[in-house]
Design a protein around this ligand. Structure first.
Ligand SMILES: [Zn+2]
Length: 372
């Protein structure tokens, strides 16, 4: 039994007692119960759902899919209870190996739950490649795309909707139940809109590695901001200026933005040199970059993203938490995660008054408790 101020599906944070049975939230009752096993002072929130993470704690998933297990074990330190490990653009023949490595990691992992895989690339626009290796980029092909995106494991794929053959690929992948996301794209507003009509239901890290937001040609960001398609946002204050984070929040609201870290191997580590796929990345106190200055993932954590988005936008705690919980759950179509309600998985994070992670619970079990 847990008791304390709780984020409820209504968006209110009010004193509540949660009864957990067999990993599930069995019942919730209004008011505090002094006899609860855990009494929270700060806030009980649904566990964070991380949709885009390339690695952390020294490990890079694109180089070693098995590393997902050790990272999943530590991510509850940051409030994450579910993650979608991201494999960035890789040599075509490397995908089956990476996917089977992640599948193996899923079997042994403890800590945060690995809920599938996110394939970012290879059907990206070379003009907006970011830190992806251009040599491995491909032009979309329906048959190829369907064979590549093993739909028993893959949940999200990113592609650039303006590429030849992209609309057919989007339609086919969406038809198989995958979330198709627009990103690493130079799409015009019209091309992006056609992509949405073909089945795109998410946008990959709004503003980063996409066409610019210009008043006569709003591009992909303008299309994402003005449509009902939710999008990921890296709120580290470096990938996107805090004022643009605020603007995005004003346009999309908490239902339209999923906080993502896009973290890479250096997250949770000291500055130095790290790998992202086959690229060498130089990491300082705040950012991760290729030698030419291109951002190559982040060192952001989800709990920091929640604190940052409040600071950047002035949104409420409930809104910030929604962007890390209910909205990513909706993007993936998860109907038992992202909310504190009867019948939902007991994936919870307890934050203290300064919104630092105090305890993380996955399927009713404490998997992280901060040392006093
Ligand atoms: Zn990216």
């Amino acid at each position: 039994m847990l008791s304390g101020p709780t984020l409820l599906p209504t968006g209110n944070i009010s004193e509540t007692t949660l009864f957990i049975e067999q990993g599930i939230i069995a019942r919730i009752a209004p008011g505090l119960d002094a006899s609860a096993d855990i009494i929270a002072q700060g806030c009980i929130a649904p566990g964070f759902i991380e949709l885009q993470i390339n690695g952390a704690y020294g490990a890079d998933f694109t180089n070693d899919g098995r590393a997902v297990a050790s990272v999943a074990q530590r991510l509850p330190e940051t409030g994450v209870t579910s993650l979608l490990p991201t494999i960035i653009t890789s040599p075509w023949e490397a995908y089956p190996t990476r996917l089977s490595e992640v599948r193996e990691a899923m079997r042994s992992a403890t800590g945060a739950q690995i809920i599938g895989v996110y394939l970012e690339g290879p059907f990206l626009n070379p003009i907006k490649k970011g830190a992806h290796n251009e040599a491995f980029l491909r032009v979309p092909n329906v048959d190829e795309a369907l064979r590549w995106a093993d739909d028993s494991l893959t949940r999200i794929v990113t592609l650039a909707p303006e590429l030849p053959g992209a609309l057919e690929a989007i339609h086919a992948l969406h038809g198989k139940g995958l979330v198709v996301s627009a990103g690493h794209s130079d799409a015009t507003f019209d091309q992006a809109t056609q992509g949405f009509e073909a089945g795109i239901t998410w946008g990959t890290h709004l503003f980063n590695a996409m066409s610019g937001l210009v008043h006569r040609e709003p591009g992909l960001p303008g299309a994402l901001l003005s449509a009902s398609v939710p999008c990921g946002l890296i709120a580290d204050g470096i990938h996107v200026h805090p004022a643009m984070v605020k603007l995005a929040f004003k346009a999309k609201g908490a239902q339209g933005i999923t906080l993502v870290t896009d973290a890479m191997a250096a997250m949770g580590m000291s500055p130095g040199r790290y790998q992202l796929s086959d690229r060498e990345v130089v990491v300082d106190e705040t950012s991760a970059r290729l030698a030419d200055g291109t951002l190559a993932g982040s060192i952001l954590t989800m709990d920091q993203a929640v604190r940052n988005v409040i600071e950047f936008t002035g949104c409420s705690l409930a809104e910030a938490l929604t962007m890390a919980t209910a909205t990513p759950a909706r993007v993936l179509g998860l109907d038992r995660k992202g909310r504190i309600a009867p019948g939902y998985d007991a994936d919870l994070v307890i934050l203290d008054e300064s919104l630092r992670v105090e305890r993380t619970i996955v399927a009713g079990k404490s998997v992280y408790e901060r040392k006093a």
